[in-house]
Design a protein around this ligand. Sequence first.
Ligand code: ADP
Ligand code: TZP
Ligand code: MG
Length: 283
Amino acid sequence: MEPNSHTQVTTPPTHWGTKAWNLLSQVQTQSPLVQCITNFVSMDLMANTLLSAGASPAMLHSLDEIHDFTPHADALCINIGTLSPPWLPAMKAAAAVCSENGKPWVLDPVAVSASGFRMNACVELVELRPTVIRGNGSEIIALSFASSDKPTKGADSVHESTDAVEAAKLLAQKSGAIVAVSGATDIVTDGHQVIGAHNGVPLMQKITATGCSVTALIAAFVAVDKSHALDAAVSALAVFGVAGELGMKIAKGPGSLRMHLIDALHELDEATLLSHVNITSLS
Ligand SMILES: Nc1ncnc2c1ncn2[C@@H]1O[C@H](COP(=O)(O)OP(=O)(O)O)[C@@H](O)[C@H]1O
Ligand SMILES: Cc1ncsc1CCOP(=O)(O)O
Ligand SMILES: [Mg+2]
């Protein structure tokens, strides 16, 4: 499929820190309105992540509000974590509004292989042309092959992100979306080039909704640079990872890391970000 008008020449390796800072600064100054139709688990951390980065979250999910509200959003984040049938029409309507109006939207296929219902919902959403799809290794492998034959471990990954590189490239080529796989190395691809963001700490996996929240952060970054969605996704993942690294310096465990990560994201300055960002080309 043709890319969703975002496969530009990507940032040279030496400029990634500056790129990430410029995008974070734009999020802080423009405060993009990010509509989130997400799961019950993630609503709090996701909204607080967006606020800490300078964006404006709105957790609106009623079908009755899509027509009035979604055209005013700068980006949309759809997450199927606690999906039930009544939510799907609103997700599809909001995604369609964005795709028809050239607004960026991001899909998080949480636990997509858990059931045929979840997989079918994701396949239908992918047909509505997300700008970015962000999942963990197991989710991207399952969605790429549209397979729920082997349900994995629910919302947690049983794969390394590096196991999912070929699946991510295939999914990007089939869907036209930028595909991001989170993990020890966050991998982002447009189906051809593959970029790795090596920030973050392992304890981030032990805080529920960090994956959901970084997907929403990607939506905020794409909102301020929608014609460079690959760069925006890489930068958002790196910024969130750096916030995790800074938070880890004073955290005592997952509970305090959750708090200190949000504080670090809010306080992040240019010099600190430039000295921590670790992004490389993997292709
Ligand atoms: N081993 C790790 N080392 C560093 N960062 C990690 C590691 N595992 C996950 N992360 C980070 O934690 C966040 C959530 O990723 P992940 O746990 O893969 O998502 P999900 O919650 O959807 O399964 C991402 O920002 C990712 O970069
Ligand atoms: C545990 C859980 N169950 C359904 S949604 C959800 C949250 C998943 O969040 P994340 O994918 O960010 O870990
Ligand atoms: Mg997840």
